[in-house]
Design a binder for this molecule. Structure first.
Ligand SMILES: [Co+2]
Length: 499
């Protein structure tokens, strides 16, 4: 999930060229999706529509198996370990493979509960590493140690859930599916693999989705998720879809995204963004190893840390080296402004640091002990985003009061449910529905449901997130990984064979 930044000057100047009045969805005809947008239909709900989870498929409906090899980046040592372990667990491990759709809990696939290590990147020479480690001890005092084995293993488990679920999506997603079915497919799979349906009070805080599943098409750059009651969108062959979902265990979120396109026209767009994201990951490492350690006694100037602006500049350079030909016309690939990579905190998808995709003069550094979502977005459009219609999700405001008397009883109850089940995690209406929130709102008029949520927004309790749009007819792509800046190595947690 990208971190939205303050409005850019350029973006304020930009007026959506509302083509035939349907810049934002509403009059869109079936099958016309190039100018599709946020839903804007939260108040209405189709009769008989079942937007809940398809739990009936959750158990036993295994009609095909998918072999999911351990990631290629797992160290040789780890592979050997796994091999040695196999004979002992022979029956259990050889009998079990992940199903399609994924429903086998990870604990059953990894009975030893040791999950694959992410891609490990070295920071540089041994001496630099030593300086780094020492300086960090003082600098990172109070910061959570990323070397805690339970923390690391849980985080790797969440990453493995992400890999298995997304690889199933990559293998099975096809035109004709609705975005609701794709989103629910991802969410049911992730919850099944985590072994936690998240339906009891508080359970979603133990493990579950890190934020609303993003399925953003074409010129919708980010932050679109299907909402109950809206006219469902059917995926088309010519669509470019960003799939961005998060998996968390105990509040530590793996945030990783990829882009799907069926038409080879967009191959270069996808290649540009993938390259830019990998550059962001790699450059920070190269820069770190080039950097001269300054031993002037100031731990702040240990010199190994990476300036975020250097990562941004490298991302921009790579992104802008690509162009893409769409229906006979060449488009430069532009980095998107107004949305950024970000650090991740406990139960908080966006920390305080942001990584723009264009060069800047920010002197902020990445520091050891931090967790970053390195993501980039590239577009054939303007490269500036504005809010689309509809709502992607809601998160508790930073300064939300713990106790507040709301004018609606239903709003007070909803506030309690949100605190209990999501805490500071961003959620969407589908996540509320499956908790039965629709049921307790069932007696009221459909528009009232929106009113209840709006009541929490207007009282400063919830912060709404909207879809982010580039110009109609443009196409955008996204790739993203979560990395841990560990003491001696950088771990690209969510790395897989796919991206
Ligand atoms: Co993100």
């Amino acid at each position: 999930m990208g971190s939205k930044t303050l409005d850019d000057e350029h973006y304020r100047d930009y007026d959506c060229p509302s083509t035939t009045g349907s810049c934002f969805v509403g009059g869109e005809s079936r099958g016309r999706h190039t100018s599709r947008d946020g839903d804007g239909c939260m108040g209405s709900r189709g009769a008989g529509g079942d937007d809940g989870d398809d739990d009936d498929e959750s158990h036993g409906a295994i009609n095909a198996t998918t072999t999911l090899p351990l990631m290629s980046h797992t160290s040789a040592e780890t592979s050997k370990k796994k091999k040695r372990k196999r004979p002992r667990k022979k029956n259990k491990e050889s009998a079990l493979k992940q199903s399609s759709p994924p429903r086998v809990p990870l604990h059953d696939l990894f009975p030893s509960d040791d999950y694959p290590i992410g891609e490990l990147l070295s920071y540089g020479t041994a001496s630099e590493t030593t300086v780094r480690t020492k300086s960090c001890e003082s600098r990172c005092e109070g910061r959570r140690s990323l070397e805690d084995s339970t923390f690391l293993n849980d985080y790797r488990k969440a990453a493995e859930v992400h890999r298995q679920v997304r690889q199933w999506v990559q293998q099975t997603v096809k035109p004709g599916q609705t975005l609701t079915d794709i989103a629910i497919g991802i969410e049911d799979s992730a919850r099944a693999l985590l072994g936690n349906a998240g339906l009891e009070p508080g359970h979603s805080l133990l493990a579950g989705m890190g934020f609303p599943t993003g399925l953003s098409l074409n010129h919708c750059v980010a932050h679109y998720t299907p909402n109950p009651g809206q006219k469902d969108i059917v995926l088309q062959h010519e669509d470019v879809m960003k799939v961005d979902f998060g998996v968390h265990i105990n509040g530590w979120i793996v945030d990783s995204a990829f882009t799907v396109a069926f038409d080879p026209t967009y191959d270069n767009l996808l290649a540009a963004v993938k390259d830019a994201t990998n550059t962001g990951i790699r450059v920070s490492k190269d820069f770190a190893s080039r950097c001269e350690p300054r031993t002037n006694g100031s731990s702040q100037n240990a010199g190994i840390d990476v300036r975020i602006s250097d990562v941004s500049a490298a991302i921009q350079e790579v992104m802008e080296s690509y162009e893409v030909e769409i229906r006979g016309k060449m488009f430069p690939v532009k980095p998107v402004r107004g949305i950024c990579g970000h650090d991740i905190k406990h139960y908080r998808i966006h920390g305080e640091k942001t990584i723009p995709f264009v060069k800047n003069s920010d002197q902020t550094k990445m520091e050891e002990g931090e967790i970053f979502a390195i993501e980039t977005f590239g577009t054939t459009g303007r490269g500036f985003v504005k809010d689309g219609k509809g709502i992607y999700g809601y998160g508790l405001s930073h300064d939300a009061p713990m106790q507040v008397a709301l004018p609606l009883t239903s709003a007070n109850r909803l506030y309690k449910t949100i605190k209990e089940n999501f805490g500071n995690l961003v959620f969407c209406r589908r996540y509320l529905d499956r908790l039965g929130c629709e049921r307790y709102l069932a007696g009221v008029k459909l528009t009232h449901k929106q009113e209840v949520l709006n009541c929490l927004v207007s009282n400063g309790i919830l912060e709404p997130h909207q879809p982010l749009m580039d110009v109609p007819e443009s196409y955008s792509a996204q790739f993203e990984h979560t990395i841990l800046l560990r003491e001696s190595k950088k771990e690209v947690l969510s790395r897989g064979d796919d991206y």
